[in-house]
Ligand binder design. Structure first.
Ligand code: CS2
Length: 504
C-alpha cells in the first residue's frame, strides 16, 4: 500500500491498480473491458449495482465484451472522475463495524451527453452494443402521472424534432430513441433494453414510452423504427435492490484508508444486492446468471413485493423520521412509534401481494427491516424522502387501492401519504426545525395548500400532485383516512399519531 507520493495521496487509475491491496483488486484484472453495454444514469446506484454485477459476470466466464459506456444525460456527475480514473471506482461495503472495499473494472468509458456530441448515439448504434440499461430515477421517464403516458412537453417535442433532423437530442429517452432509430436505419442488430428503476412493470412502461416517442418522429422514420422495435428489441422488466446512500466524505476517507489511493468515484453500499431480470433477451447478454442474478419467467411478483414491502416501508421511515426530528433511517427505525407504523405499512402491503416463488413475506419484511437498521451506511431520511410525488404512486398507492378493493381501511398507508403531504407543505419537523425537502412539485403544492383549511390540505395536495388516482381520491374512506392522518400529524405530531393508530 505504498501509494503515497510525498504528502499527496495518489488517485486511483489503471497504472496504480498494481499497488492495490489484494482484497481490493478488481475481479476482472487487466485492461478495461470492451464496450457492450450503454448505461444511462450516472448516479451511485448503477456503480454499486449493475456495474458491480456485470464485472462479476465478466470475471466468471472471461468474456470481456460487456464493458459499460456510462452516459450522464444531464449533469456531468461522476464522468470527469471516472474518466480520470480510467473507468475504475471502488465499492465500499459497510455493515456495522465491518467494512470492505473493492475496485470494480466494468466501465469502458464515461460520457457526459451534452458535451459528447454524437458519440452517445453512435455508441447506441454500434452493433457491438447488445444491452442498454437505465437508472434515470422515476422522474427521468417523463411519465404523465394523470395518464401514465409520455408527458409530451417542450423538451420531448424538441428532442423528437432533433432526432428527425439528425441532430443530437437531450433527454435520456430522446437519446435512446435516436440510437434505436439509427439501428433501425442501419443493419437492425437486435438490442435488449433494461430499465433498472423502481417503476411498476418498468420494462413494459419503458417500451410504451419509447413507442410514444417514436410515434412523434417524421412518418417514414417513425414507421421504420417502430417496425425495428417490434422485431428486434426486447424490454425485459427487472427488479433491482441494493441500498446505496449518497457517498459522504467519511466514505471517501474510508476508501482511501482501505485501498491506499484516493477515489473520487467511490460509492458506499450495504453487502446485500439483488437483481431479478425477466428472461427475455433480444440476443446475447453477459453471464449474469453466474453472478447471482436471477433470470425468471415473470418479474412482476418480485417487483411488487419489493416496491410495497421495502420501498414503501423506506418512505414511511423517511417521512415520519424526518418529521419526528431524526436525521438517519436507522435512528428513525429505532424509534418504537415509527417502527410500529412501518410494520403497519408492511402488513397492509403483504396482504395485497402474491409472494414470489419460494418467498416468505414475513421473513422478507423482517430482512428488509434489519437491512434498514444498518446504521454504518449513514443513509439519511432526506435522501429517501426526495421526489415523493414520483415515488408514492408506485410504492404506496397500489397497496391503498388493493386494500380498499377488499373493503379494508389501510390506515398506515394513509398515514404514509399524509406524512409526505406534511413533509412537503409544512417543511418543518415536530419541533419546528426546517427540513431539507427535495420535491419537484414543492412550490406548486405549497401554493395549492395556501389558505386552505387543515382538513382540506391533504385532499388538495394529493389531487394537485396526481398522487392519488382520481378513483382513489373519490373514495370517501381513503379521503377520510388520509385527511384524518394529516390532521393528527398537524395537531399532535408523529409519535402521538402513531400511538393513537396502534390503539385503533
Ligand atoms: C429508496 C431506494 O431512496 C429511495 O427511495 O427507497 O433507493 C432503496 O434504497 C432502493 O430501492 C433499495 O433497493
Amino acid at each position: 500500500m505504498a501509494a503515497r507520493r510525498g504528502d499527496v495521496m495518489s488517485t486511483l487509475s489503471r497504472a496504480m491498480a498494481g499497488d492495490l491491496p489484494s482484497a481490493a483488486r478488481p475481479l476482472l484484472s487487466g485492461p478495461a473491458p470492451e464496450p457492450g453495454i450503454v448505461h444511462f444514469g450516472a448516479g451511485a446506484f448503477h456503480r454499486a449495482h449493475q456495474a458491480w454485477f456485470t464485472e462479476r459476470a465478466m470475471a466468471a466466464d472471461g468474456d470481456r465484451s460487456w464493458g459499460i459506456v456510462l452516459v450522464a444525460p444531464r449533469s456531468p456527475g461522476v464522468v470527469g472522475a471516472l474518466t480520470d480514473q480510467d473507468g475504475l471506482f471502488t465499492v465500499l461495503e459497510r455493515d456495522g463495524l465491518r467494512r470492505s472495499a473493492r475496485v470494480v473494472n466494468a466501465v469502458s468509458a464515461a460520457l457526459h451527453a451534452p458535451s459528447a456530441g454524437p458519440a452517445v448515439v453512435e455508441r447506441l448504434a454500434a452493433p457491438t452494443t447488445g444491452v442498454v440499461t437505465l437508472t434515470i430515477t422515476e422522474k427521468g421517464y417523463r411519465r404523465d402521472p394523470a395518464t401514465g403516458g409520455l408527458l409530451i412537453d417542450e423538451a420531448v417535442r424538441a428532442d423528437a424534432a432533433a432526432v428527425g433532423a439528425g441532430r443530437v437530442p437531450s433527454t435520456a429517452l430522446g437519446l435512446l430513441t435516436a440510437g434505436l432509430q439509427s439501428r433501425a436505419a442501419g443493419d437492425g442488430t437486435p438490442l435488449t433494453v433494461i430499465s433498472c428503476d423502481n417503476l411498476t412493470g418498468n420494462g413494459r412502461q419503458l417500451a410504451a414510452l419509447i413507442g410514444e416517442f417514436v410515434s412523434l418522429l417524421p412518418g417514414t422514420m417513425a414507421a421504420e423504427t417502430a417496425a425495428y422495435l417490434g422485431e428486434a428489441v426486447r424490454f425485459p422488466p427487472s427488479m433491482v435492490d441494493r441500498i446505496v446512500p449518497a457517498t459522504a466524505a467519511r466514505d471517501t476517507a474510508a476508501v482511501q484508508e482501505l485501498i491506499g489511493l484516493r477515489d473520487d468515484a467511490a460509492v458506499v453500499a450495504e453487502p446485500f444486492g439483488q437483481w431479478v431480470i425477466e428472461d427475455d433477451f433480444a440476443a446475447a447478454r453477459p453471464a449474469w446468471h453466474r453472478a447471482g442474478i436471477e433470470l425468471v419467467a415473470d418479474v412482476a411478483p418480485y417487483e411488487t413485493a419489493k416496491l410495497r414491502l421495502l420501498n414503501a416501508a423506506h418512505s414511511t421511515i423517511a417521512y415520519l423520521g424526518a418529521l419526528a426530528g431524526h436525521a438517519g433511517i436507522a435512528a428513525a427505525l429505532a424509534d418504537p412509534d415509527i417502527e410500529a407504523a412501518v410494520r403497519g405499512v408492511q402488513a397492509e402491503a403483504a396482504a395485497t401481494v402474491t409472494p414470489p416463488p419460494g418467498w416468505d413475506l414475513d421473513a422478507y419484511g423482517e430482512s428488509v427491516l434489519s437491512r434498514f437498521r444498518n446504521e454504518a451506511l449513514g443513509h439519511r431520511c432526506d435522501q429517501v424522502a426526495a421526489d415523493g410525488s414520483q415515488k408514492l404512486p408506485v410504492r404506496a398507492i397500489p397497496t391503498l387501492r388493493a386494500a380498499r378493493a377488499h373493503g379494508r381501511s389501510p390506515q398506515w398507508t394513509a398515514l404514509l401519504i399524509a406524512a409526505w403531504v406534511r413533509f412537503v407543505v409544512h417543511g418543518r419537523d415536530d419541533d419546528g426545525r426546517e427540513l431539507t425537502v427535495h420535491e419537484p412539485l414543492a412550490a406548486a403544492l405549497r401554493a395549492a395548500a395556501e389558505g386552505v383549511g387543515a382538513a382540506e390540505v391533504a385532499g388538495v395536495v394529493t389531487r394537485r400532485a396526481g398522487v392519488l388516482t382520481p378513483e382513489s381520491a373519490a373514495d370517501p374512506v381513503t379521503a377520510e383516512l388520509v385527511s384524518q392522518a394529516y390532521l393528527d400529524l398537524d395537531g399532535h405530531g408523529v409519535r402521538a399519531t402513531c400511538r393513537a393508530l396502534v390503539r385503533r
